[in-house]
Design a protein around this ligand. Structure first.
Ligand code: SAM
Ligand code: SF4
Length: 325
């Protein structure tokens, strides 16, 4: 069992398989030119799997594959198959922008994928393009419906940005409700890689908009869930993710592996250890795993943009496309 020094059990591993992406979401990818880690420095699926096996043996029960955009890495289903063959009852999930789902959904499902979170921030063509810089809303919508039809458990993620898609909160809510899938509205996390003009719409404002549309009440969230959960008068459940809120840290059960092998103890904490040199020996892998868990801070390091004075403002320099979110 993996337990950190604040007595939190670590049983959730997020694995980023690539930094690359076929979108350029303004809140995630830099405005200025940037360089990818060269392909030869990325972990192969075999290397990832070596680490994952040890992590599962030590108590990891849930794995989420993420990126960058995980579906741009060749043959992702092969990694899914490796993991599900090793541990068939593992909770195996994927986060994707949905664009390439049509081509891959069947293979992913057959390989053992159980759940999928699809990111969609706008249902309007213009705004979708403006936010993602890719004119493919129709493909993403088709991907969502194919994922639902495939029988996977589907959730939607929407990052809400002031003055850009805040007017679509109810539209997105109704879209998800109609399909009976959970949507989670995510507060935008400022970071050095995002476009500098973007502003967070706070969770209380997101909730206010939804309340104006329908009465809602907060319900108990699942232990370790990142989202606060609410239900409306029709018992439809949706979530709000508040990355700045450190009450989430009290039950945080996750660590992250980046595509180049950095094992990251906390999303909002600039520290990590690279696993590459340990991969020839399971005991060495265990040692790195334990060292990273030992490094987990009690709370995240970032302050809410509305609660800090701008002179000492701390925003994350770590890219979401690197950590996988
Ligand atoms: N490409 C996939 C996708 O977009 O779903 C997976 C990787 S993406 C980094 C994972 C999640 O992080 C997505 O739901 C995305 O909306 C979210 N995300 C990215 N940048 C963010 C930011 N600055 N603040 C809050 N959420 C962010
Ligand atoms: Fe790509 Fe996902 Fe980042 Fe958008 S949020 S740029 S889809 S990695």
């Amino acid at each position: 069992m993996l337990i950190d020094k604040f007595n939190r059990k670590i049983d959730y591993l997020r694995v980023s398989v690539t930094q690359r992406c076929n979108f350029r979401c303004q809140y995630c990818m830099p405005e200025k030119p940037f360089e990818w880690t060269p392909k030869e420095d990325l972990l192969s699926y075999e290397q990832m799997f070596k680490f994952i096996k040890v992590a599962i043996d030590k108590g990891i029960k849930k794995i989420r594959i993420t990126g960058g955009e995980p579906l741009v890495r060749d043959d992702l289903y092969k990694l899914i198959k490796m993991i599900s063959s090793y541990k068939p009852d593992i909770d195996l999930a994927l986060t994707t922008n949905g664009y390439l789902l049509k081509q891959q959904i069947e293979k992913l499902k057959n390989a053992g994928l159980k759940r999928i979170n699809i990111s969609i921030d706008s249902l309007e063509k213009e705004t979708f393009w403006y936010l993602t810089k890719k004119n493919v809303l129709e493909n993403v919508l088709e991907g969502i419906d194919l994922a639902i039809r495939s029988g996977l458990i589907v959730k939607l993620n929407s990052v809400i940005i002031k003055n850009i898609n805040e007017n679509e909160i109810i539209k997105l809510y109704n879209f998800a409700k109609k399909r009976d899938i959970q949507i989670r509205f995510i507060e935008y996390m400022e970071n050095e890689n995002a476009y500098s003009n973007l502003k967070t719409l706070c969770s209380k404002d997101i909730i206010k908009r939804i309340k104006q549309n329908s009465p809602i009440e907060e319900i108990d969230k699942k232990e370790n869930s990142a989202a606060k959960l609410f239900k409306d008068k029709d018992n439809y459940t949706f979530g709000i993710i508040e990355p700045y809120d450190d009450s989430f840290c009290k039950t945080c059960n996750r660590i992250r592996l980046s595509a180049n092998g950095d094992l990251i103890p906390c999303l909002y904490y600039e520290d990590s250890l690279n696993i590459k040199k340990s991969l020839y020996n399971n005991q060495k892998i265990e040692k790195v795993l334990n060292e990273v868990i030992e490094k987990r801070p009690e709370k995240n390091k970032w302050s809410h943009p509305t609660k800090i004075d701008t002179s000492s403002k701390q925003i994350s320099s770590r890219a979401f496309y690197f950590t996988g979110g």
